[in-house]
Design a binder for this molecule. Sequence first.
Ligand SMILES: Cc1cc2nc3c(=O)[nH]c(=O)nc-3n(C[C@H](O)[C@H](O)[C@H](O)COP(=O)(O)O)c2cc1C
Length: 166
Amino acid sequence: MALASKPDLDVMKQVNRQFVTGVTVVTALDGETPRGLAVNAFSSISLDPATVMVCVQRTSSTHDCLFRASHLAINILSTDQLDVVGVFASKTEDKFKDVDWESGPFGSPLIARSSALMEVEIRERLQASTHTVFICRVVHAAVSELPPMVYGAGKFFDGGALAPLG
Ligand SMILES: Cc1cc2nc3c(=O)[nH]c(=O)nc-3n(C[C@H](O)[C@H](O)[C@H](O)COP(=O)(O)O)c2cc1C
């Protein structure tokens, strides 16, 4: 049997940099206070029933509020929201101070100018080493005309200006 080995950390960082994603802001209400953080560890699991997942680091200051919530909003950021990603990837005290948002049908904070957004009901909270994986059922979804923000190798790109292959 092959011995288990651990990949080099720098190689793993480079591997991750080769994977291009969108960017979301995952939000929830903490009592009356909206909370959220930038998350690119988002994936659709199934279309019908509409099921998605997000992974959130347990040391994030937003984590416990998300963990306690019954519903979350997953705001898929647009090219118009470079300011928003900067705020939600930070540890700023009141991230919603200069952000235009409204409550969704199930109370979660929906951020204006998003490319698309979902409100989801949390079905499972799986512990995966440093992170919690939230498995969620989509209960509300909306799409805008704004193209998505793209994230790769530490930079943000215009998802409306991608060159097709072939
Ligand atoms: C593009 C991008 C993607 C990120 N993706 C994740 C993620 O998937 N999960 C996570 O826990 N943190 C992710 N982060 C980091 C958090 O957004 C960041 O640590 C934030 O400051 C946490 O804020 P908080 O401690 O106030 O919750 C990402 C940051 C950026 C810029």
